[in-house]
Design a protein around this ligand. Structure first.
Ligand code: C2E
Ligand code: MG
Ligand code: MG
Ligand code: MG
Length: 290
């Protein structure tokens, strides 16, 4: 019986592998069509500059408006795009969309910076810098308005290559940001020596601030404080990610973070909702301050 069960387990495992491979293939094919068919959308999440309490920028977050499955988060398709080599095309599409949306906000007198997430595979493919520059050239978007985000983990995969490309991007006037800092186990020395201007503190650290136990909360606050002073010592600005409660917001502000981003400020929203959201925010603030 044990042997039979063992064999069944193996068969089940093989079936699962095959199903997963088939699913990946199907998603890859669908995704390739989706980019052309205009099924991808970009939502934007505001970044709050804590000292002035003004929204100075947004992060672009891609979604897939799937005809049957609804609005899919990036976790459902970005890994597939990375594995299949489609992610460079996806990113070029995101960059072009962001450039167009930013031009729209400009026309309304809202000069926001926009951050775009870049995959490690794109950095590895060697076309990142030229892809970004060609979008800037064809859209007229000023490089100062663009921020590129690369995760700590993807930087750690090939730090020399990352450093080279970051330097090239910054020469073009494009800011680089290290995303999800504190979520991996990368070499601290390598990360802080990167030519990047912004350090984004991972939400796991930020959310620990209002954690369950008092001890965990104070340890998380100490970790955030350390990252903030590390960033400052390296001449970098810092962003607290995933800020969900007023308490977390007050703490990251008190700890000296440059910016905060999270649901307590706003959830990611479609480009066309942003001007209205900004307008109602400034009216609320005006009412508060008299
Ligand atoms: P990320 O770059 O770290 O983006 C922040 C994620 O945290 C977003 O998830 C955002 O919706 C979520 N978030 C923001 N505030 C809060 C909060 O207060 N609480 C919680 N629990 N979550 C919050 P999203 O949009 O699902 O994106 C997940 C990841 O997918 C991103 O993490 C990024 O790594 C990747 N991604 C998103 N858009 C793109 C893209 O255009 N290209 C690539 N290559 N990756 C992307
Ligand atoms: Mg990001
Ligand atoms: Mg992040
Ligand atoms: Mg992430």
């Amino acid at each position: 019986a044990a042997k039979a069960a063992g064999r069944n387990t193996v068969t089940l495992f093989e079936e699962e592998l095959r199903d997963a491979a088939q699913r990946r293939l199907r998603v890859t094919t669908e995704l390739r069509d989706a980019i052309g068919a205009g099924e991808l959308v970009v939502h934007y999440q505001p970044l709050l500059h804590l000292r002035t309490r003004t929204v100075t920028g947004v992060e672009a977050l891609v979604r897939w408006q799937h005809p049957e499955r609804g609005l899919l988060p990036p976790s459902e398709f970005v890994p597939v795009a990375e594995a299949s080599g489609l992610v460079d095309e996806l990113t070029r599409w995101v960059l072009a969309t962001v450039a167009r949306d930013a031009a729209g906000w400009d026309a309304m007198g809202l000069p926001l910076t926009a951050a775009v997430n870049i995959s490690a595979t794109h950095m590895g493919s060697g076309t990142l810098v030229s892809d970004v520059n060609s979008v800037l050239a064809s859209s007229g978007l000023r490089p100062e308005r663009l921020v590129l985000e690369l995760t700590e983990t993807s930087v750690a995969e090939d730090p020399e290559r990352a450093a080279e490309q970051f330097a090239e991007l910054r020469v073009s006037g494009i800011e680089v940001s290290i995303d999800d800092f504190g979520s991996g186990f990368s070499c601290l020395g390598q990360i802080v020596s990167m030519p990047a201007g912004i350090l984004k503190i991972d939400k796991s650290l930020v959310q620990g601030i209002a954690g369950v136990g008092h001890k965990q909360a104070s340890q998380s606050a100490a970790a955030v404080e350390t990252v903030v002073s590390l960033a400052r010592a390296c001449g970098m600005r810092s962003v607290a990610e995933g800020v969900e409660t007023p308490e977390q917001l007050a703490t990251v502000a008190a700890l000296g973070c440059t910016y905060a981003q999270g649901f307590v400020i706003a959830r990611p929203m479609p480009a066309e909702d942003l001007p209205r959201w900004l307008g109602s925010r400034s009216r609320r603030r005006a009412a508060l301050t008299g």
